[in-house]
Design a protein around this ligand. Structure first.
Ligand SMILES: [Zn+2]
Length: 420
């Protein structure tokens, strides 16, 4: 819009036009909006989906408030030798962003209306054959330009069992359309992991902490993973029907205000909040089309929906057995406090007593004993420990203060011993 026209609007339009002018999408390097292709891809591919039961709230009483769900991820970089062959570092920064956004922490998530979804992402460290892996596969192919009518030509180049891994495919483009940033499918429509195309497609420019343009904070992956956990766009209408949601459509989440169709709230004009369907639009929601700097949260209702969908469609993915298969068990154990070591001394018997708790099997108890000067006196590994009490003889120790440090089932501990 040229300057003369802007001045004209100011002079004749007053505040109302001023607001509307700055609420519009602002073109930016060919990408004028956040373009998620979920709805369209669902229409295109519906004949290929596995039939499923789309009842959301069954087994609601099984909801577990406490457990952190860990999502093992594998990233397939489909490239043709160009810039789309992004670095490992960028991919790792994307996993960090997902964890910040789902954990509702970090400088970009300061908004009290959001909360921790207790969902975290782990780059797999073991492949489906049990071999050590970075969780990143690089495949050279011209199918890095993904064709929406033939997406499996790209996805079939590399995917791991979607029951066990979240597959993320990084591509150069979708339909050679720079407006399209990524897509994923809702499991209640697609069948979830029973469909080999289950996962998330991202165009490379919008991946990680150094992503470009106004979709620059890696929130495209956050948004698409919301669909992977069955969230709709905040305006609703994301089913097999044509058309986008108006005020009569809803996203079926109790605490996201009803709103109408797409809106691209922009940080350059302070992230405006239009009033729609008698509500102020929650443009901070990751499932809206706001530019990345305006986004801050999933609501408690969205978190409940995602966790319920995980329990019903992705339970194998988050099972402890799968944590071991994919190499994500340490992250699981560290967040879920399934392991604990309580230590006490029995000075009269010159013993230290470990009381261990590990709800997921057995682990090694590893510890070092130091004197007060920091000199190492003992180094010990006791293998195959579960939930038990272990007295350990320290009969040779002289009276004094000692330090014991160690690890058990991913938890580390330090304890001061006083021997008489
Ligand atoms: Zn979307």
């Amino acid at each position: 819009m040229n300057k003369i026209f802007k001045i004209y609007l100011f002079s004749v339009g007053g505040l109302f036009l001023f607001f509307n002018l700055f609420s519009q999408d602002i073109p930016e390097g060919g990408v004028s909006k956040k373009g998620c292709f979920m709805h369209e891809m669902t229409q295109i591919n519906k004949h290929r989906f596995v039939p499923t039961n789309s009842i959301y709230y069954r087994n609601y009483e099984a909801f577990n408030e406490d457990e952190y769900y860990i999502i093992p991820c594998v990233v397939h970089v489909i490239h043709d030798g160009g810039d789309e062959n992004i670095s490992d570092q960028k991919i790792k920064s994307q996993i960090d962003i997902l964890n910040e956004d789902y954990g509702h922490y970090g400088v970009h998530n300061l908004d009290a209306r959001g909360e921790d979804a207790k969902i975290r992402f782990c780059l797999a460290s073991r492949d489906p054959d049990g071999v050590a892996s970075t969780g990143i596969n690089r495949i050279q192919s011209s199918f890095t330009d993904l064709d929406s009518e033939d997406e499996m030509a790209t996805k079939n180049l590399s995917y791991w069992d979607p029951h066990k891994y979240l597959n993320l495919w990084i591509v150069k483009s979708i339909d050679n359309n720079p407006q399209l940033l990524g897509y994923s499918y809702r499991p209640t429509l697609s069948g979830g992991p029973d469909f080999n195309g289950d996962g998330i497609v991202l165009t490379y420019k919008y991946v990680g902490k150094t992503a470009t343009g106004y979709n620059n904070l890696g929130r495209t992956a956050t948004h698409e993973s919301g669909h992977y956990f069955d969230l709709m766009h905040v305006w609703g209408g994301d089913d097999f029907a044509e058309g986008e949601g108006d005020c009569n459509d809803d996203d079926q989440i109790y605490d996201t205000p009803n709103c109408s169709t797409t809106f691209h709230s922009h940080p350059n004009n302070s992230c405006p909040h239009p009033r729609q369907c008698n509500n102020v639009r929650l443009i901070e929601d990751f499932m809206d089309y706001s530019y990345d700097a305006c986004m801050k949260l999933f609501t408690p209702g969205q978190n409940e929906r995602m966790r319920l969908i995980i329990q019903n469609y992705r339970s194998e993915l988050v099972s402890y057995n799968n944590m071991i298969i994919t190499g994500c068990e340490k992250i699981y154990d560290s967040l879920n406090s399934n392991s604990r070591v309580d230590i006490r001394t029995s000075p009269t018997q010159n013993k230290v007593i470990f009381k261990t708790h590990f709800s997921k099997g057995t682990s090694d108890l590893i510890f070092n004993l130091y004197d007060i000067t920091g000199a190492l006196l003992k180094k010990e590994i006791i293998t195959g420990i579960g939930k038990q009490t272990i007295p350990y003889d320290l009969i040779e120790l002289r009276p004094g203060i000692y330090i014991i440090t160690g690890t058990f089932a991913g938890e580390s501990f330090t304890h001061k011993l006083l021997m008489y």
